[in-house]
Design a binder for this molecule. Sequence first.
Ligand code: PAF
Length: 283
Amino acid sequence: MSRSPMIVRTVPALRRALDRLKAKKATTALVPTMGALHDGHVSLVRLAKRRATRVIVSIFVNPTQFAPSEDFSSYPRTWKADVAKLAAEEVDLIWNPDVKTMYPDGFATRILTEGPATAGLEDRFRPHFFGGVTTVVGKLFTQVRPDFAVFGEKDFQQLRVVTRMARDLDLGVRVIGSRTVRERDGLAMSSRNVNLSPEERRTAPVLYRAMKEAARRLRAGDDLEAARAGGAELAAGAGFALDYFEVRHAGTLAPIASAKDGPMRILTAARIGTTRLIDNVAV
Ligand code: PAF
């Protein structure tokens, strides 16, 4: 059974649709996406459905979070399949603005975040990224005004950044993190996995295995730097070019010197061929 979601592309139409959806004391959850939906996104939608009576999914490939050298133009776009998946999940509304609607001529505002956004992880390699993400997510939150918003833990630093932003700016949205969904061999689901060649796809799960091995050593009481370096070597040995492979404080993402310094999270970003994968695990 599937039910076609309402598809809305302008801000006035969104306001009207939300007025109808929010009648009768409905609660709303927003799942922000850039489309190319996979089972990971479906799990976000399912969590949203458990939290709220109405679910809105935004599909917008946000140009401001891509550097000119990055894959904005080749980012996978699978509109028809996306709508079919969201219909099967009985999503209420798809918010699908175009670039002009989100960034009209003369657009000159940016949300600048610090704290987890300057932890020296993604921000070190993609300095433009969080300015683009927070600006678009800030806009999505003010356009949709949801009670909840669901983000995947796979983009762990992004989750921390938008959680902080929603609190700092009193946006009235409760941000919820959702567990990473993995393929059977451990590779985290990502829209960019389609870019992997068959050989790269076979190697890709080593990144998760390397983090799990480092987490195992940390739990066993190994020295933090030795466990970290061992994991990084495993991934590099399989052919990954690492941007980072780090053990950080799970809450603040600040560097830590030993396991005594707090709950730990291992976070990595690495390239295999031309594809950049990011992932993380709890310790
Ligand atoms: O995680 C993503 O897909 C994007 O960064 C987001 C949150 C939809 C903002 O464009």
